[in-house]
Design a protein around this ligand. Structure first.
Ligand code: ARG
Length: 563
């Protein structure tokens, strides 16, 4: 039994009218460790027992079995428990060493599916830092759902349909060339797109041409379809390079185009329920009944073309029918809040009660060294360049710190990409933040490389010791390890909280806290001294690397053995 469980069991013997659950809910962490490890407040019992809280606390202490604890004391209205540190630490280390990376796993999800709409960049445009956020937050949430016993389904809802493809086809046919596209697909297609907008400003007929080509595409015109397919394939190749670098995979690449033959059904359903209203030639769903502030959802444009919303409605229904999800997450920037509120509202009007299981996992804006980005003007920060720069910065530091390291280039890639991903994830996702690579790739401070470095340091201690701990006496009497033990013990609850709040940053912050505690211990102790505690200290180091590596894995960050 660890920490809280022991306290609950002891209190249950005295407070026979309460259930284990009722006791467990009341437990708190004392503000300072001088006050013990677990506190039980007695305020709420005062009414029932007709006694002052202070008196209740004193009575409990008089009756409770103290054998399992270092001591139990009444401090005002609180019963404070000081855990038996030696026994608790031995128990904690044994649990982690037995369970290894499975430590912290729970079965709350009972194998239910959670669909996660993530990354979803737009074809023929470079992947932006905003898409990076969706990709890494989605990936970390997928790992966290799995750790909580669910089955994540990672869906890349590619932006591979819409009027912009009509514009692109027109631009390509009018002033583009196959050689140019082949040489550098996304950059060239982006250039055509930017040029199209510049020219359309002067000559409005271009917009009609673009619309006409999109109509052809929607009507199944062969030439338009072939060009579209080619652009899509080339774009996907470039996206895949980035996903590979980040070690991220998907269960589905069904993008917007996938729903082309699934939208009639949505429109029929809307018609059956008499939800479609004509407005200036377009078809809309009025949502004011659900929320007076919501603008109507546009389902069909006046020229008959379907919209982003229509495809999302079809996608939501398809996902429910195919994956029978318990939760359906959409990791998309905060600027699309209204879109998802509308989508959920339309689905509830259609009578789908599972609309309540849809969650928009919104996130904040990212600026790059203080600059905003926009695709229309073509001034984008390319993710590929960011990863390359991060790689170079990491390599520079490795050259300084560890010039004889093998595979420097591979480690620099793990550290560079890891730094970018970690920085994105350590901020609460709804915060806006700035990206300064020099800060992000540092080996000290609140960074991914700091956690990786701490983990590699712990691994190197184990290598030096030349042994792995499996059994033997794990009782630590050194009180300077107590902080680390407490943090390790918190890992399972942290995994739960990260899922409850859909916040990968909870895991990132946890990894930083554990790293700091371990480095503090490392700086002040001789771990490899041959005395009776050596076995237990190595178990501690091993437990730290197990939990740090697992935290990094949850975040989608690699854990190099050496760096
Ligand atoms: N492609 C869209 C964009 O870049 C994001 C798509 C998000 N997913 C969705 N099902 N709408 O803005």
């Amino acid at each position: 039994m660890t920490g809280n469980k022991k306290v609950v069991a002891a209190l249950l013997d005295v407070l026979t009218d309460l259930t284990a659950e009722q006791i467990s809910e009341k437990l708190e962490s004392p503000k300072s460790s001088d006050l013990g490890d677990v506190a039980f407040p007695t305020f709420t019992l005062a009414k029932v027992l007709h006694k002052a809280p202070q008196q209740i606390a004193t009575d409990i202490v008089a009756q409770i079995n103290q054998d399992e604890f270092e001591k139990v004391v009444a401090t005002g209205p609180y019963v404070n428990f000081f855990l038996d540190k030696v026994a608790t630490s031995a128990k904690t280390l044994q649990t982690i060493i037995d369970l290894k990376s499975h430590f912290g796993h729970n079965d709350d999800g009972e194998g239910n599916n959670v669909t996660i709409d993530m990354s979803s960049p737009n074809i023929a445009k470079p992947m932006s830092m905003g898409h990076l956020r969706s990709t890494v937050i989605g990936n970390a949430l997928a790992n966290i759902t799995a750790k909580n016993g669910y089955v994540p389904v990672k869906i890349n809802h590619l932006g591979d349909w819409g009027t912009q493809f009509g514009k692109l086809i027109y631009a390509y046919k009018t002033w583009g060339s196959a050689e140019e596209v082949k040489a550098d697909p996304i950059a060239t297609l982006l250039r055509y797109y930017v040029e199209f907008h510049a020219k359309a400003k002067v000559d409005d007929t271009l917009n009609d041409e673009g619309r006409a080509w999109f109509k052809k595409l929607e009507d199944g015109d062969q030439e338009a379809h072939n060009l579209w397919q080619w652009f899509r394939e080339e774009s996907l190749k470039e996206f895949t390079e980035i996903y590979d670098r980040l070690g991220i995979s998907f269960d589905s690449f069904n993008g917007e185009a996938f729903y082309n033959d699934k939208m009639d059904k949505v429109i029929d359903l809307l018609e059956d329920k008499a939800l479609l209203v004509r407005s200036q030639g377009a078809q809309i769903v009025d949502l004011s009944g659900i929320n007076p502030n919501l603008t109507p959802a546009m389902i069909k444009r006046s020229d008959g073309a379907t919209l982003y919303m229509t495809r999302d409605l079809a996608a939501a229904i398809y996902r429910k029918d195919t994956y029978h999800f318990t939760k359906s997450l959409y990791v998309v920037g905060g600027e699309q809040r209204e879109h998802f509120t509308q989508m959920k509202a339309v689905l509830s009007l259609m009578g789908f009660d599972w609309a309540d299981d849809i969650e928009h996992i919104s996130f904040g804006l990212i600026t790059f060294n203080g600059k905003k980005m926009s695709t229309r003007k073509g001034d984008v920060v390319l993710l590929k360049d960011v990863l390359d720069d991060a790689h170079d910065l990491a390599l520079k530091q490795i050259e300084e710190k560890n010039p004889t390291l093998n595979n420097k280039d591979m480690v620099a890639e793990q550290v560079g990409a890891g730094a970018v991903v970690f920085h994105d994830l350590m901020n609460d996702r709804t915060n806006n933040f700035d990206f300064n690579l020099d800060e992000v790739v540092r080996f000290e401070g609140d960074t991914g490389p700091y956690v990786q470095y701490t983990n590699a340091r712990a691994k190197s201690i184990l290598r030096k010791a030349g042994q792995m701990i499996t059994t033997g006496d794990l009782s630590l009497t050194d009180s300077s390890t107590w902080d680390i033990i407490t943090i390790l013990n918190n890992f399972p609850a942290t995994v739960r909280r990260a899922w409850d709040q859909r916040e990968a940053s909870i895991i990132a912050k946890y990894a930083l806290t554990l790293s700091r505690a371990f480095n503090k211990y490392y700086a002040n102790s001789k771990i490899l001294t041959d005395d009776s505690q050596l076995n237990a200290r190595l178990a501690l180091v091993q437990s730290v690397t197990i939990v740090l590596s697992e935290s990094l894995r949850l975040l989608g960050v690699q854990a190099p053995e050496e760096m």
